[in-house]
Design a protein around this ligand. Sequence first.
Ligand code: GLY
Ligand code: MN
Ligand code: MN
Length: 444
Amino acid sequence: MGSNTTSTFEAHVQTLEARWWAALEDAGYDAAVIAAGQMADYYQDDHAPPYRANPDFAQWLPGDDTAGGFLVVRAGRPTLALLYAPKDYWHAPPSRPDWAEPAMEVRQFAEVESQHNAVVQALSGSARALLASQTPFGNFGCQAHNDLTVLHAVRFARAEKTLWELEQMRAASRAGARGHIAAAQAFHAGGSEFDINVAFLTASAQHAEALPYHSIIALNEHAGVLHYQHYERAAPEQHRSFLIDAGARTQGYASDITRTYAAQDDEFAALVQDFDVRQQALVEEVRAGRSYVDLHARAHRAVGDTLAAFDFVRCDGEQAVACGITHAFLPHGLGHLLGIQVHDVGGHQLDAAGTHGAPPDAYPALRLTRDIAPGQVFTIEPGLYFIPMLLDELRQSDAGKQVNWARVEAFLPYGGIRIEDNVHVLEDGVENLTRDAFAEVAGD
Ligand code: GLY
Ligand code: MN
Ligand code: MN
């Protein structure tokens, strides 16, 4: 970002001000202090895990060097960013986010005491203030800490992205797509998981600490471990399949992308192709006003239809769903809200008051139970896996009699398939951030 605030950033901050001011007023406050959070060393160590700001703060002011900072949000007045920039010859000082002005007033302090005094000073005309922070430390005279009446409202609204947020997510999608293309090339060149991971990081221009989440780089049966976390140094004897679930972050906003590849032009390749068509059909079904839970049920039907089409079951897709077979092949939810957090807040929140929308008993892993609405960004990530632990349970059940086990066992060495796109809901239809990004960077 250049030295001048873009107009979309100013509009973004104005939207946040409108949301916070209304939520504060409804709950009887006239100001909020939002703390970025602190670095904390590992136990008995003088090194800390990577800093990640409080998302309530990061939505206003992104950056990986805001530790110790505060925002003061006051109804009808300019928002203040009161940041901590200690004199320190061990580390480079935090950069000053000049670009955030004039959307907000930015001040930096070398001394904690003067910074805290500035927070207190900013609250001096306030009758009742709220502190939003991980811990209630240094409450500055605020009357309440993390009052959920306010936080539920602003977090519920967070699902609806501003134009500035969408710009960041498009950029994060392009960076992720560049990484994915390089990773696929490294796979087809016979690379190890470690090699592929390095190729992803280089092409997406990221260092590992800044990733939105630990990249999943899974060869062969490892693709059947939903959040496989290792990077094997040695390449396997044979490359059969490759599942990569990896994204990028731009100004704190994430992309979350999964692709699955076959090494040869074999039946697994045909299975991936079939599943990709079904995934895109699910994306086409995304519509404002629809229930995401219904869409998840449609994903189970898609899995059932694939199982039937590829002779994994001796019944049709509808029956495969009805007798519960698809749960063994798709044990996770269809997707989740996406934004500052990869699994963004509020997926089970049905309204601004915080009414909880638990997932149905049949789908306990579903992270999104809200109705689909314009401005939301979420993932559509159906999967079809061959997971020995779940297949063993299925085999012992009545429904297991409907399964063609010889065929299923032949696919265990491939692990499974997941295809994940990030979808922005429009008034009428969808923008597929991920497919658009792959198309855009193809010509790079
Ligand atoms: N990358 C984790 C997920 O897809 O939800
Ligand atoms: Mn995801
Ligand atoms: Mn993912």
